[in-house]
Design a protein around this ligand. Structure first.
Ligand code: DAH
Length: 331
């Protein structure tokens, strides 16, 4: 190749290079140790040819350097724009968790009673048959005492079937006046289905003092019903049976769906059962050493899942244990 053709080819190649790699290749091809120009320079014998080839080398070096500088700057620009962090952009949103529906209702329940001067206490989830049954006046042979209904850890120890044993432990540990609520998990030998789970939550309530009457119980529960379900709900009470209360009372709330006129949710009665209660049976006072002539009391035990189902129309209790954020996130 003559000098002019070489120059044209090199300048064209330099101008055509669009990346740093490409310009590096052009440099090696036209100015590298094995390039035509370098080989020719090595062969030079006369001064004129030497000067001409060196001038060409300088010219090519300048052109390639200039192109390299341009490409370096373009690369820098690209990185500065592409890799820069825009601190004003909004960040990726972190999903915020919240309390489980049952925990929310438990706290609400606690707040209602804290507001009336009650204390919140803990019971035991593992109980003796003495506290879970005997002290609560369950007669021998009562079906709840059967291993078909209750989870036994050994002959004398069970997972509590209700929060009621907390009544006994509270009364044993203190003298009246007593005003406590005890929220917690209870266990029953049930196969899970839409309306049963082997574990669920109750809140036990106990008030023992001089002169406590059934009217105090009904007034307290009416206030509870209006606090939980709305000020325009009505309450009603029907007799029931529990071994540890006499009389025993089931509380009903006017149906929030039909407002009392009758619908499938309230089985056309206009009323829905919300929980058990009653006046503390004097046998319990005798068990803990209280004077039944001096003290009277009321107690109740309501299920939190039941409140959740009624208030929020949850169709299947098992949903509360599945921990699917699509469901729990709605509350
Ligand atoms: N322990 C009862 C249950 O699990 C609920 C209950 C009813 C608790 C009446 C009470 C009560 O304290 O007085 O079905």
């Amino acid at each position: 190749m003559d000098a002019q053709a070489l120059e044209n080819a090199a300048l064209a190649a330099a101008a055509a290079a669009t990346t740093i790699d490409e310009i590096e290749h052009v440099r090696v091809e036209f100015l590298g140790r094995k390039s035509e120009l370098k080989l020719a320079l090595r062969e030079v014998r006369d001064r004129e040819t030497g000067m001409a080839l060196n001038a060409l080398r300088e010219k090519l070096e300048t052109a390639i350097d200039a192109r390299q500088t341009t490409l370096d700057r373009a690369e820098l620009d690209r990185r500065l724009t592409e890799e820069s962090v825009d601190v004003t952009m909004p960040g990726a949103r972190v999903r915020r968790g919240h309390l489980h529906l049952i925990t929310q209702i438990r706290r609400e329940f606690e707040d209602i009673f804290l507001g009336m001067g009650y204390s919140v206490i803990d019971g035991r989830e593992v109980e003796t048959t003495r506290y879970n049954f005997d002290a609560l006046n369950y007669p021998p042979g009562h079906p709840t005492r059967s291993p078909l209904q209750t989870l036994f850890l050994d002959d004398d120890t069970v997972l509590r079937t209700e929060t009621s044993p907390a009544q006994i432990r509270t009364m044993e540990a203190a003298e009246p006046p007593i005003y406590v609520v005890c929220p917690g998990r209870v266990y029953r030998r049930d196969t899970p289905d839409a309306t049963h789970t082997p574990t669920f939550h109750q809140v036990e309530g106990l008030a023992v003092d001089e002169g406590i009457t059934l009217g105090d119980l009904l007034g307290t529960l009416d206030y509870l019903i209006k606090s939980l379900f709305g000020a325009n709900r009505e309450s009603r009470f029907v007799t029931h049976h529990f071994p540890f209360t006499e009389p025993s009372v089931e509380a009903l709330v006017s149906c929030h769906i039909c407002d009392g006129s009758g619908c499938p949710v309230c089985r056309h009665s206009g009323w829905i059962e919300v929980g058990g209660s009653g006046m503390v049976d004097p046998n319990l006072f005798e068990f803990v050493g209280y004077d039944p002539e001096r003290y009277t009391g009321f107690a109740f035990g309501w299920g939190l899942e039941r409140i959740a189902v009624l208030r929020h129309g949850i169709p299947d209790l098992r949903e509360l244990w599945r921990n699917d954020p699509r469901l729990l996130g709605q509350f």
